[in-house]
Design a protein around this ligand. Sequence first.
Ligand SMILES: [Fe+2]
Length: 422
Amino acid sequence: MAHYRSVGEIPPKRHTQFRAPDGALYSEELMGEEGFSSDSSLLYHRSVPSAMVDARNWQLPDLTTTPNHPLAPRHLTLHDLFGAAADTAAIDAVTGRRLVLGNGDVRISYVVAAAPSPLYRNAIGDECVFVEAGSGVVETVFGSLAYRSGDYVILPRATVHRWVPAELSRLYCIEGNCHIGPPKRYLSRFGQLLEHSPYCERDLHGPVGPLLAPDAAAGTDTEIYTKHRGNGPSGIVGSIVVSPHHPFDVVGWDGCLYPYTFNVSDFEPITGRVHQPPPVHQVFEGINFVICNFVPRKVDYHPLSIPVPYYHSNVDSDEIMFYVDGDYEARRGSGIGKGSISVHPGGHSHGPQTGAVEGAIGKDYFDELAVMVDTFRPLELGEGGVAVDDGKYAWSWAGRGPADTAADGPAADGDSGPLTIG
Ligand SMILES: [Fe+2]
């Protein structure tokens, strides 16, 4: 979804002759979702967009997953996935991703990138990349998008693009096997964001001009790393498709399908006298998952309110919280901090850590920033998730785990035995 935009040069009527100054016809391309039955844009290329001169295999990063078994809540320390800044100088935002969690609907990866990525097309689904920190530009066939800390960068399926960091960028990548957009309940029947939506069209930032590569018309073989459907354990494979020209050759486009950014600081939180449920924090949705964010806000103002959440059993979903900034009151004492992910799976009841409920009473403001993904099918751990699982978060409510017997009492250092996966 997005509202109508027009960028660069387009002809006054669609599907009619549109020529360059030298008389050559531009190639019109419709990029449309759900066949020809949903949002689309028309792009005008200097060259033929379907031209290719070679194709070869792209060995994708490890996409294997391990079941969360035995079932347990988990704490993943994302900042341990990548080393010092010097080690990340050659890592890019596409090929450097490490899979943290995934299922048949969505994959969550993390990367700390400093190098420009190759040109990339995700033909599996839309991407929603949250910029934990850093800045730069995402160059796309629709034009350039500047990005900064706190941005969600929404990239529709099959959009050719590349990431060009201006500084070290920490990116939390949510890849759907579907389209990702605002919840339907935020939209009018014609697609306008309604008054009760926590953001509106003014907060969405799309490309403002065409991006033409200098050699777009001259003809230079150009690789496009393409992620697409295929066989194998993950059902996802990669190919490097070689175009005889640079794909950034679009002189203009118009329509309702294009990449855009939305900064989390533009999300207007909805608060109440008593604790508000997670759906008020929702920002986007895909098929079988939702994305919510918890932003700095005034909290519950009933005289007897308890500002932290009540314990809740997510009967139909796994809940993945990425802690970006501030202090997260409900997790106080659990070891969770900036850069942490908590995994609260369906089948486990979770809520504030011991002492957090009493400690939160009387507070009127939470300075916290977190991004949550709820999935309606179980998530498994990717190789990155397994690598940074702290193995002891499950014991944080009880204060002891299996290494501490009743006779011994809790271990003196509070460090119970680790929980292994598989
Ligand atoms: Fe929760």
